[in-house]
Write a protein that binds this ligand. Sequence first.
Ligand code: DC
Length: 370
Amino acid sequence: MICIRGATTVTENTAEAILAATSETLQEMMKQNDCGISQIISIVFSATKDLDAVYPARAARELGITEAGLFCVQEMDVPGSLPMCIRLMMHVDVLSKGQYAAKHVYSQGAQTLRPDITNNEPAPKPTTPPTRPPEPKSKRPPRKKPPQSSIIAIAIDGPSGAGKSTVAKAVAEELGIMYVDTGAMYRAVALNCIKDGVKIKDESAVQKIMQNISIDIFYDQQGRQRVVLNGEEVTEQLHSQKVADATSVIATYSKVREYLVAIQQEIATKQSVVMDGRDIGTKVLPFAQVKIFLDATLEERARRRLLEFEAKGETATLATVINALKLRDRRDKSRANSPLMQADDAVYIKSDGVPVPQIVQQIVAELHKS
Ligand code: DC
């Protein structure tokens, strides 16, 4: 079963407007997730206090959704929250599809951002399309307009161990959008080479692997990204030191990067994402509304890596971890193809000693500003 979320807004409290907006959102949720009426198990509808002309569930019945459990609730009245908003949570049986990442639908300015969880400025009024406030005075150059402003893209780049995945996951959870760990995709390519006995330093042999490789990502019940390599679920095999070392070599090869960047860009055209990696702000998502360059001192990064190894029962010393990180930093920063670097319009954040929630709030605040 998966849970698909949707939200929309109306400009007047009339049965006609509420039913039309709800019906449109329901149909879009079904269309984007390729789901038929018989697969719907239940739908929860919520509406803000200012909408009381009709129960939005009626729109579902009018579409012929009669077997599913339908339930309407009134939303909490939080100061500054989006007015005249209808939210939906649809539970769908997707047994036949196996694991599947839900595509959520937000229309008519109904953003995922909620002032009650972000402690920030209210979301834009529904009658006006999302607008950009004047750029705050900063040294950063003005950002180009993204191609689809309703889709959120947040790019987080930085060196190994800077805390990107922890922060990116937390931001994605806070905003209710997808987290994409691009490093795992590069690691999957390296694992494929190791499994097939391909010499990592032999670029043409690695290129050959790319002709037949298949990498898929999906999200488990807990929302964690899982990686399927050539039909085998390999997520747990991706984080050994051996795979990490091989990954920083294959990540320098242009065929590998072309293949993976195309997958990553495709994912980001379909849904809102927080994506982390090395070239997300510079290459993969140049139109991202928010770009972050997350950094930390070498010592702090090594200390974190060491703790991760210890948690997995692996042995390593601080000195060996520091040396491995230095080597990977050098490869990531000096490669000709999309080297690790801060995008001109990225915000630099140093994570040493800063609690994760504080960094998350800073990133969410950047999104409000964008
Ligand atoms: O983030 P990570 O440690 O899982 O990344 C593994 C390797 O892949 C690392 O050496 C850098 C490389 N990588 C990359 O070159 N580009 C990305 N977008 C993500 C990772």
